[in-house]
Write a protein that binds this ligand. Structure first.
Ligand SMILES: Cc1ncc(COP(=O)(O)O)c(CNOCC(=O)O)c1O
Length: 401
C-alpha cells in the first residue's frame, strides 16, 4: 500500500529557500543577503572567541551527559534572565519570574504561545506586527492561538507607522496578547524610539494587554545589551507581567546550538511555581528535556566575568560592522544617483534592512546579478562587506533605474 501518495510538495521556506538558491548559483560574484546569520568581513560565519574558550573549558570539565530537568540547566536560566531583565530587576530579586530553557527563540515562542493558548484568561488571539518574522504566524497557529495583525511598517517613509500601530492597539479587545520585537525588528529593521515605546506602554497598560516580547537580538542591534533591552525593562518597571522569548542565536553566534529561554513575570513565588509546573506540561510532550551543551556554553560565558566582558566586546564588534555597512551602502547608493531616498538604510537597526525593492526587482537581482534576498526586499546587512559592497550597490542601483 502506498501510504504517502497524496503528500504534496511543500513550498520552499521564504527565507531558507533563498540560501538554497544561493548555494545552487555558480556565479563567483554571488551574494547571499537572505538568511539572517552574521558573516564576518570576509563573508564567513563567525564563531566568537568567547564561545571557543567556553568550549575548551567545557571539554576540560568532561561533565556527564545526564538528562537536564524539563526546565533546563538552572545556572543558565538564572544568568540568561539576569542578562535580559538586568541585574537589578525587582521581579527577579523577588523570585517572581518563571524561566524555562527553550530550543532557541523559536522554541521559546512555541512554549509561550502554547501556554497562552491553554491558560490565557483573555481572548486567545495574538497580535503580530505587519510585517513580522516569517515563522511567527505558523508558530502561533501550531500553538493554538488565532492571529490578528497590527500596523507597524510605513512603506512611504520606510519607517514606523506609529499612528496606525497605536490605533490598532487601541482597537484591539482589552486584554489582547501583543507580540513586540524588543529590538532590531525583523524584517524591517525599524524600532520605536524610547519616547514611542513609552506611548506604546501607556496604551498597553490602559488596555491591559499582555506584552509578549520576542528578543532575538539583545546586544546585536545597538551593540549594547542594556540599550537593546530598554523596551523590555521599561515595561517591567511599569509593572507589566511580560512574557519573553530569548534567543542566543545571533548575539552569541550559537545559531545551530539552539540556546534560548522562555520566561513570564508572575505575581508571587507561589504563582511562579504554578506557572513553571504548567510550562513543564507544555515541554514534556514536545521534546521532554532540552539540550545540555548550549545551556552549558551560555552559562560558562555569562557566568565568568572575563568571558562575559570579552563577549560584550565581540557582540559590539558585530553590531558595529553592520552599522558600518549601512553607512557605506547608503553613501554608495547616493554616489550612484540611485532614485529614491535611502536614509532608511542608515536609520534602520539590527541585522536587516527593508530596502523597498519590489519582488520583481528582487527576482531580477537574483537571476541576472546572483544577488539573493527574500522577495520582500529585506536584506541581511551581515551579508555585505568591503569586498562585495560595490558590486551589490551597482546592481541594486541598476535594478531600480
Ligand atoms: C524576530 C525573531 N524571533 C525569533 C527568531 C528565532 O531564531 P532562533 O530560533 O534561531 O533562535 C528569529 C530568527 N530569525 O531568523 C533569521 C531570519 O529571519 O533570517 C527572529 O528573527
Amino acid at each position: 500500500i502506498e501510504f504517502w501518495r497524496g503528500v504534496p510538495m511543500g513550498p520552499p521556506d521564504p527565507i531558507l529557500g533563498v540560501t538554497e538558491a544561493f548555494r545552487r548559483d555558480t556565479n563567483k560574484y554571488k551574494i547571499n543577503v537572505g538568511v539572517g546569520a552574521y558573516r564576518d568581513e570576509n563573508g564567513k560565519p563567525y564563531v566568537l572567541d568567547s564561545v571557543r574558550k567556553a568550549e575548551d573549558i567545557l571539554h576540560s570539565q568532561r561533565s556527564d551527559k545526564e538528562y537536564l530537568p524539563i526546565t533546563g540547566l538552572n545556572d543558565f536560566l538564572g544568568l540568561a534572565a539576569k542578562l535580559a531583565y538586568g541585574p537589578d530587576s525587582k521581579p527577579l530579586k523577588e523570585n517572581r519570574i518563571a524561566v524555562v530553557q527553550s530550543i532557541s527563540g523559536t522554541g521559546a515562542l512555541r512554549i509561550g504561545m502554547e501556554f497562552c493558548s491553554a491558560f490565557y484568561p483573555g481572548v486567545r488571539a495574538i497580535y503580530l506586527p505587519k510585517p513580522t518574522w516569517g515563522a511567527h504566524p505558523a508558530i502561533a497557529e501550531k500553538a493554538g492561538l488565532s492571529i490578528r495583525r497590527y500596523r507597524y511598517f510605513d512603506e512611504k517613509t520606510m519607517g514606523l507607522n506609529f499612528e496606525g500601530l497605536k490605533a490598532d492597539l487601541e482597537d484591539a479587545f482589552d486584554g489582547s496578547i501583543i507580540l513586540l520585537h524588543a529590538c532590531a525588528q525583523n524584517p524591517t529593521g525599524v524600532d520605536p524610539t524610547p519616547e514611542q515605546w513609552k506611548e506604546i506602554e501607556e496604551i498597553i497598560r490602559r488596555k491591559q494587554h499582555l506584552p509578549f516580547f520576542d528578543m532575538a537580538y539583545q546586544g546585536f542591534a545597538s551593540g549594547d545589551v542594556d540599550v537593546d533591552a530598554f523596551a523590555l525593562r521599561y515595561f517591567v518597571e511599569k509593572g507589566h507581567q511580560v512574557a519573553l522569548c530569548q534567543s542566543f542565536a545571533k548575539n552569541l553566534g550559537l545559531y545551530g546550538e539552539r540556546a534560548g529561554t522562555f520566561s513570564m513575570i508572575t505575581s508571587s513565588p507561589e504563582e511562579r511555581e504554578r506557572v513553571v509546573s504548567q510550562l513543564k506540561r507544555v515541554i514534556r510532550p514536545l521534546y521532554s528535556s532540552p539540550p545540555l551543551h548550549p545551556a552549558q556554553l551560555v552559562a560558562t560565558i555569562l557566568g565568568d566575568p572575563a568571558l562575559y566582558a570579552q563577549w560584550l566586546g565581540e557582540v559590539k564588534k558585530m553590531a558595529d560592522r553592520i552599522i558600518d555597512m549601512r553607512h557605506k551602502l547608503y553613501n554608495r547608493l547616493i554616489e550612484l544617483q540611485t532614485p529614491g531616498s535611502w536614509e532608511h538604510i542608515k536609520s534602520q537597526i539590527g541585522m536587516f534592512s527593508f530596502t523597498g525593492l519590489t519582488p520583481e526587482q528582487v527576482d531580477i537581482l537574483g537571476k541576472y546579478a546572483s544577488i539573493w534576498m527574500t522577495r520582500d526586499g529585506r536584506i541581511s546587512m551581515a551579508g555585505l562587506n568591503d569586498h562585495n559592497l560595490e558590486y551589490f550597490a551597482e546592481n541594486v542601483s541598476k535594478a531600480i533605474k
